[in-house]
Design a protein around this ligand. Sequence first.
Ligand code: GLN
Length: 393
Amino acid sequence: MAKLSSRVELFTDSVIRRMTRISNEYGAINLSQGYPDFPPPKEMLDRLSEVAYEGPHQYAITFGAPNLRQALARKFGKSIGRQIDPETEVLVTCGGTEAMMSAMMTVCDPGDKVAVFSPFYENYGADAILSGAQPVYVPLVPPDFHFDPEVLEDAFRQGVKALILCNPSNPSGKVFTLEELSLIGRLARQYDAFIITDEVYEHMVYPPNRHIYMAGLPDMYERTISSSSLSKTYSITGWRLGYLIGPAKVIENAKKVHDFLTVGAPAPLQEAACVGVNFPDQYYEDLTKSYQEKRDYFCKRLDEMGFRHTVPQGTYFVLMDISDFLEMEQFAGYTDLEFCEWMIRNIKVAAVPGSSFFREPVNHLIRFHFARGLDVLEEALSRLEKLAALLKT
Ligand code: GLN
């Protein structure tokens, strides 16, 4: 066979999504790939069933159905206190995944550098390789995942074209403060770089933390490409709907990338999703509360079992420390991936090995998500009791 693209040889398939496949194979409770097990809001499903007969079933306008773009422009504009033009500043994509990839391809030429905080959502590694960009990693230092301003400025000094800002941050659960965002923004202005955000967990931020949009900070709209998704906010990860919002010239180019990558997101689903994007504020408040309840329950039970773990300020992810297990003879020489595979087979709970999120050599963390009904979480936690018991023997 002739040689395949060497670029594609540089990364593996997604470990997050691979864990879902292994979890399904063994019938485990899947707390690896983050997606909810509860249905989307009824109003959206009602609209979807109408649309099934009324249409549209053919292509939407390539950059998004007008009513969905209008709804997104209104919602985002309200969040950042600015009028957004749905014609020129909004692009509907196939999920947050395409939003981020399109943004990267819009900004980067091969050889450009892009700053990425570590730990990071694993897609950014492949996004960088596919768009020809070279990542410059900036550590988020545990336990509070702060960054050193000097190290960050060093990355900007290397001439990065953009910084990827996942806020609230997957997998650390960090929510960036106003001070941190202002500092990042100042550096972006000083060194003339873009900020590409990934804000898919924007409505999962637990008080007293609050979500601040980079695009809403003074003088930042012009250099911020905001990406997000409807997946998490409306429990529709399978609908594959995401978006980019930013300055008209950036979106004009991103539309071209999107047009030739996917033509467009599914038309009937855009129609039904529009109902959700027009929900009143109460919907988002209830969503946050419900996830906070899950977070508190999940973390409390982990505490009771004596596990060490992060308590996320936002997102639905918890990193758990497995060092004590790796010191046991039974797990001697195990990688975090092997530990997760063992856990799927023997405890019947799936997690993601932490090493897939870190630039640094990390082998002692695994990531759970808690986007499950409380009954399922309860069952998963009672299975984890068996794991905790190993430490007591
Ligand atoms: N963001 C989710 C996670 O980190 C998964 C998203 C996806 O698989 N596209 O688990």
